[in-house]
Design a protein around this ligand. Structure first.
Ligand SMILES: Cc1cc2nc3c(=O)[nH]c(=O)nc-3n(C[C@H](O)[C@H](O)[C@H](O)COP(=O)(O)OP(=O)(O)OC[C@H]3O[C@@H](n4cnc5c(N)ncnc54)[C@H](O)[C@@H]3O)c2cc1C
Length: 271
């Protein structure tokens, strides 16, 4: 349970952090809230020889309205998403789902950037951001580029970020007036979702239903074609490949996806 030895760097700017990534290559890892990376290091599943601590780049912690989007700095913590009035008003699903992540300690350290880059299919916010739509802004040595959220999650714990890029911002459409809901099925409070279903305005994101966070496209298409909530939700497991583990079999997860999607869509309709 003790991580392997590593060097520690604390850059003062994003540019300095990018320079350190370029200098150390695959040996380096960025450290944000540490609530995914440090457990992996303690288990020796991750053994970076250099930790680049971006946790104090406070310039990357903000939420503000920019035109028809909400701009969220990558280092914004869950607790700030829960308490920010602008999130409640403009992206209420994000604030609500953040309030269900882990326990207060996790919510006071974990960041939106960390959870999106970690890309755990069992995490809440990746599916929430997929359901909301929008884009992610990465910064590397050549400057910034925008990645659509549908192109961001590439594989098991794998994203479209290059090794020398930092996620600096998340951009979400302002969906405050749209129907939304999130259903998270857990055995104990504070747990990761066994399955989750998030919806905004007819888009649906699924938690823990495959190798990556997923959109339930069959459900979305059915809704667009005029299907009822029950008919559409019955398709929630289509195209998914959930894992079996000590918490649930594949079939139970498929069942949960259908039930939770129906409940989420019904709750959104009633809003
Ligand atoms: C007890 C416990 C319970 C939890 N429960 C839940 C839960 O219910 N739901 C849930 O969704 N999550 C849960 N988590 C995970 C938690 O949400 C993590 O905080 C989050 O997944 C990672 O965010 P972080 O800021 O801590 O990232 P870190 O652990 O610091 O980093 C994670 C990964 O992302 C990279 N990274 C971080 N920031 C950036 C960036 N800006 N640009 C590029 N790369 C970056 C790091 O190099 C690392 O590879 C739990 C964690 C714990 C310890």
């Amino acid at each position: 349970m003790i991580p392997a030895a590593f060097d520690y760097a604390r850059p003062e700017t994003v540019e300095e952090a990018i320079g350190l990534l370029g200098q150390h290559g695959d040996e380096a890892k960025l450290l944000a809230g540490g609530h995914s990376l440090l457990p992996l290091m303690k288990l020796r599943f991750a053994n970076p020889s250099v930790l680049i601590d971006i946790g104090r780049l406070t310039d990357l912690s903000y939420v503000r309205v920019e035109g028809d989007e909400l701009a969220i700095g990558a280092l914004t913590r869950y607790c700030d998403l829960v308490s920010a009035d602008v999130v409640t008003k403009e992206a209420p699903l994000l604030g609500y789902a953040s309030s269900l992540v882990g326990d207060p300690q996790v919510r006071h350290r974990g960041t939106i950037g960390g959870t999106l880059v970690h890309a755990d299919p069992a995490s809440d916010l990746p599916a929430v951001v997929l359901a909301t739509g929008g884009s992610l802004i990465a910064q590397g040595p050549a400057g910034r580029r925008i990645i659509g959220v549908d192109d961001f999650f590439r594989g098991f714990f794998e994203t479209a970020l290059e090794p020398d890029e930092i996620l600096v911002e998340v951009r979400l459409p302002r969906t405050g007036a749209c129907p939304w809901a999130y259903q998270k099925f857990v055995r104990r409070a504070n747990d990761w979702a066994i399955v989750g279903a998030a919806t905004v305005d007819g888009r649906v994101g699924l938690v823990n239903m495959g190798q990556t966070p997923l959109r339930a496209t069959a459900v979305e298409e059915a809704l667009t074609s005029g299907a009822s909530v029950s008919e559409a939700a019955a398709l929630a497991a289509d195209g998914t490949a959930p894992a079996a583990d000590m918490h649930a079999s594949e079939e139970f997860r498929r069942h949960l996806a259908r039930v939770l999607t129906r409940r989420a869509l019904t709750a959104a309709e009633a809003r």
